[in-house]
Design a protein around this ligand. Structure first.
Ligand code: 5GP
Ligand code: MN
Length: 336
């Protein structure tokens, strides 16, 4: 275990640093990672962001993106960099299975491991952590790490600010989810003051769809939405064939589940998607309904109360059926 003084001392001189985040990185994963990256390189560190898998193209504009290594595409180089690292920052995840086969490489690495995260139930693999489940985004915690822990607010430049703003914006659902406190808005204000162009960032992330993606969304809403009014639940399922037909690429399915949740009175929404080797579930809920509990109990997953995910090795039809048979167990919570 490290204490804050030793951590500060460690970061005072240039080090070989790896920053990593969960597989299929989202805006918070990339925003917190590249935010931290742009901060560390100003201090002379040799930092590398290594993602376990690829990520949506609408995050490609982020400063530092050109230096990111994708583990599945450059496995040997990435493994060597992890093995030689002195410090590994683990951002926006807290169990090593969230970084797939990279997990064991990180576990075995001799580096100090620093976890900055806001998910429930962290595994014990780190030497120091900034962990707060009440943070709306890991990017919020990276801001607090730089400003409050290391006390280097002066190093929040335009690049750092743009990345951290992206993480907070995406994980807070554009500043509307319950953890979007006045503190979050004050941090966002400081990021804008530091150079984050908020309107431009919203456009780069949200108004950056292909025609295929929009038509796919239309197909999901008009053909694949099933509303179970008795359970205040809505489901959208998608087959691998449909993904192929619409030429769906990484990131294109992001946000579809939120449309199902936006129906008046709906408390639980599920997006169930058939991927070559498995079926992936994305659940979203309103209020105190524990979407993560369903994912953990039945679908090898977890997450936050209102946003959770999991997977199954069963067929798509069976997973849909299984999901429906679980609902009576939660009926009271769903209809209250
Ligand atoms: P998404 O539905 O966008 O894939 O994930 C929503 C939330 O659930 C994210 O915060 C993510 O960290 C979490 N999550 C998704 N899949 C898994 C999983 O397999 N295991 C765990 N523990 N969390 C997950
Ligand atoms: Mn996050």
């Amino acid at each position: 275990m490290l204490d804050i003084a030793s951590l500060k001392e460690l970061l005072a001189k240039p080090k070989r640093i790896v920053i990593t985040t969960h597989h299929k990185p989202d805006g918070d994963a990339m925003g917190s990672s590249l935010g931290l990256y742009n901060y560390l390189i100003q201090k002379g560190h040799h930092a590398k962001v290594i993602t376990p898998t690829d990520y949506p193209h609408f995050f490609d504009w982020m400063p530092g993106n050109e230096d990111v290594i994708i583990y599945t595409e450059q496995t040997a180089i990435a493994t060597a960099i992890i093995e030689q690292a002195e410090i590994i920052f683990c951002l926006d995840f807290n169990t090593l299975n969230r970084i797939n086969e990279m997990g064991e490489v990180v576990r075995q690495a001799g580096a100090y491991k620093i976890m900055i995260d806001h998910h429930l139930e962290p595994e014990d693999f780190d030497d120091w952590r900034l962990w707060n489940i009440n943070a709306c985004a890991s990017a919020q915690l990276v801001f607090e790490f730089i400003v409050d822990v290391i006390q280097e607010k002066n190093l929040i430049n335009k690049n750092v600010a743009s990345c951290l703003y992206t993480g907070i914006m995406t994980d807070s659902g554009s500043f509307r989810f319950p953890l979007t406190t006045s503190t979050v808005h004050r941090i966002a204000a400081q990021l804008i003051d530091a150079g984050a162009e908020n309107s431009r960032i919203h456009q780069l992330v949200y108004d950056n769809s292909s025609e295929d993606r929009l038509r796919f969304l239309g197909h999901c809403l008009s053909q694949k939405l099933e509303v179970l009014y008795d359970y205040h639940t809505a489901i959208i399922n998608v087959t691998q064939n449909e993904l192929d037909k619409f030429g769906i690429i990484t990131g294109d399915t992001e946000g579809v589940v939120n449309f199902a949740l936006s129906i008046t009175g709906i408390k639980l929404a599920a997006f169930i998607i058939e991927r070559n080797d498995k079926v992936k579930l994305s659940l979203r809920s309103k209020g105190d309904f524990p979407a993560n509990e369903i994912c953990k109990k039945y679908f090898n997953g977890g997450g936050h109360r209102n946003a959770a995910g999991g997977h199954s090795n069963d067929t798509l039809d069976n997973v849909i059926q299984q999901f429906k048979t679980i609902l009576p167990e939660y009926k009271k919570l769903l209809i209250q």
